[in-house]
Design a protein around this ligand. Structure first.
Ligand SMILES: [Zn+2]
Length: 173
């Protein structure tokens, strides 16, 4: 049990550093109203319509709420060279960051799967936590949703702290 405690504390340190790096400010979570959640889900469903998924036919939409209230949407964009495919979540995040936004309140994700909730893939979870902790709402076509957070989705994420400790050691050598 003791080794588990140490691990958890390291994760907390990593997250704290990530949050500090992006100047997070208020990191309180699940503060959106039901109306705001539905609005974000609705935006993600709208984005899903633009999915370019002729190989998988699996449509995904994402809507990212920036701290200033603006919403950036994304869809999955597939490629004939399969590995070049990009997910909806990353499309939305890259759009936002490329327009100067780095602080986010929440992201909503929608798919056409009716009997379960579609959660982000591993790559997207790592990209999501790069910008700190925020709410994640995964929704079904009937608009039912589940709440989680970026940290809950990837508790043992690869952090800047690991990179920096190596860089520091190299400078010292
Ligand atoms: Zn993904």
């Amino acid at each position: 049990m003791e080794s588990k405690k140490i691990k958890m504390s390291q994760d907390a340190d990593d997250l704290k550093e990530t949050l500090n790096d992006v100047d997070d400010g208020d990191s309180s979570l699940n503060t959106l109203t039901e109306e705001d959640i539905q609005k974000l889900i609705s935006s993600s469903k709208e984005a899903m319509k633009y999915a370019y998924c002729e190989y998988s036919n699996f449509r995904v939409g994402a809507a990212l709420l920036a701290e200033d209230g603006s919403i950036f949407t994304g869809c999955n964009i597939e490629n004939v060279s399969y590995s070049l495919t990009t997910c909806a979540e990353r499309t939305a995040i890259f759009k936002a960051v490329s327009e100067g936004h780095r602080k986010f309140k929440a992201i909503a994700i929608s798919s056409e799967v009716k009997d379960s909730f579609t959660y982000p893939c591993g790559a997207c979870r790592q990209v999501m936590i790069e910008f700190g902790q925020y709410d994640v709402y995964v929704s079904r076509p009937d608009s039912a949703w589940q709440h989680t957070t970026t940290q809950e989705l990837i508790p043992h994420f690869f952090s800047k702290k690991a990179l920096r400790s190596v860089q520091k050691a190299k400078i010292q050598n």
